[in-house]
Write a protein that binds this ligand. Structure first.
Ligand code: NAP
Length: 322
């Protein structure tokens, strides 16, 4: 029988590392399962969405900004300084039906735990184009988060484009109108899915322009984006649009597939459904933090705050008669 861990944290973004810092400082000897890098069907890296973010300028404490990857290295080092241990595995399934809980890794090993914090985040959906992925990875002007990246100097006074027709796309576009000379909203149909209020905001913005019935079929540029190749979904006609930034806002997918069959309650969009302001899921001893349980705010700082809450909840749980 393998040793039973006190608390296992699944995920290594801001929520996971913050939970680890708090749990380690509370002498809970946490184990963080950081995940295995993948690029298909989406880019998923240990460290989470911040690994695809160039400059983070809105996290308090970094007046000059910090890159997303540097920030995650710093979070990890801080967690390790207090004794956090790390495993480079994916958790592929969980058994929460009895205690200790059993977590199965992608290598077929089982980790036993008295408490579990799920901080596996959500991944942005991408169009899946080779040049889109290349320029997103290299910080070449392709992003899935306007609030994270839109205010960077490279985008100021430049023509920008957002892909999507939902609330996220229009919210991102509205945010970008403050910085871009022009903001195109590229949508595959001839009407937006977003709320009427959101649509009105875009229609009222002098520098926003919807491009109806268009899909992006390629992203142009070597080191930085110079434009996109569009295809009209009605006529099939192709055209080029010059832009210096592309923001893909076609939804997010929470990383909850490995929870299938565990009884953890998810909402309609498959995010973990937290019933209260705490991090408690419907299963005693299983907690959740960060974007995996938050489809609304999705910020590094809000995820970190949720990680702190989850560690405090786990500590309280472990010190009671669990
Ligand atoms: P969403 O509502 O699912 O919208 C996704 C958009 O992307 C749709 O317009 C969809 O087009 C388009 N799309 C999907 N796949 C595509 C592809 N492969 N190529 C091109 N376009 C594609 O996602 P969301 O905007 O992220 O919103 C998620 C949820 O959060 C929604 O319930 C939304 O109301 C909510 N939300 C609310 C607020 C707010 O209230 N302030 C802000 C953000 C999000 P089609 O329309 O043709 O399907």
């Amino acid at each position: 029988m393998s040793e039973v861990e006190n608390v296992v944290i699944i995920g290594s973004g801001p929520a996971g590392w913050t939970a680890a810092i708090y749990a380690a400082r509370a002498d809970l000897n946490p184990l963080v399962v950081v995940g295995v890098p993948k690029t298909v069907p989406s880019i998923v890296l240990p460290g989470g969405q911040l690994m695809l973010t160039t400059e983070v300028e809105n996290y308090p404490g970094f007046p000059e900004g910090i890159t997303g990857p540097d920030m995650m290295v710093a979070f990890q080092k801080q967690a390790q300084r207090f004794g956090t241990r790390i495993r480079n595995d994916d958790i592929v399934s969980c058994d929460f039906s009895k205690k200790p809980f059993a977590l199965e890794t992608d290598k077929g090993e089982t980790i036993l735990a008295n408490a579990v914090i799920i901080a596996t985040g959500a991944t942005a959906n991408w169009l899946g184009l080779e040049n889109e992925m290349r320029l997103a990875r290299s910080g070449g002007g392709v992003s899935a988060c306007a609030v994270c990246d839109g205010a960077l100097p490279a985008f100021r006074g430049q023509p920008l484009a957002v892909v999507g027709g939902g609330d996220s796309a229009l919210e991102e576009a509205s945010y970008l109108t403050k910085f871009g000379s022009k903001v195109y909203i590229i949508h595959r149909r001839d009407e937006f899915r977003a709320s009427k209020a959101m649509q009105q905001r875009i229609f009222d913005a002098p520098n926003a322009e919807p491009l109806w019935n268009k899909t992006v079929i390629d992203v142009l540029g070597d080191d930085v984006i110079t434009g996109v190749l569009l295809k009209d979904t009605v006529t099939g006609e192709e055209s080029t649009l010059d832009v210096r930034g592309l923001f893909v806002a076609i939804g997010h997918t929470p990383t909850t597939g490995f929870l299938d069959g565990t009884g953890i309650e998810l909402d309609d969009a498959k995010y973990i459904d937290l019933k209260t302001r705490s991090s408690k899921t419907n299963i005693d001893g299983v907690f959740a933090a960060g974007d995996v349980a938050d489809s609304t705010y999705r910020q590094a700082i809000s995820a970190a705050g949720m990680g702190c809450i989850a560690a405090l909840d786990a500590e309280h749980y472990l010190s009671s008669d669990c």
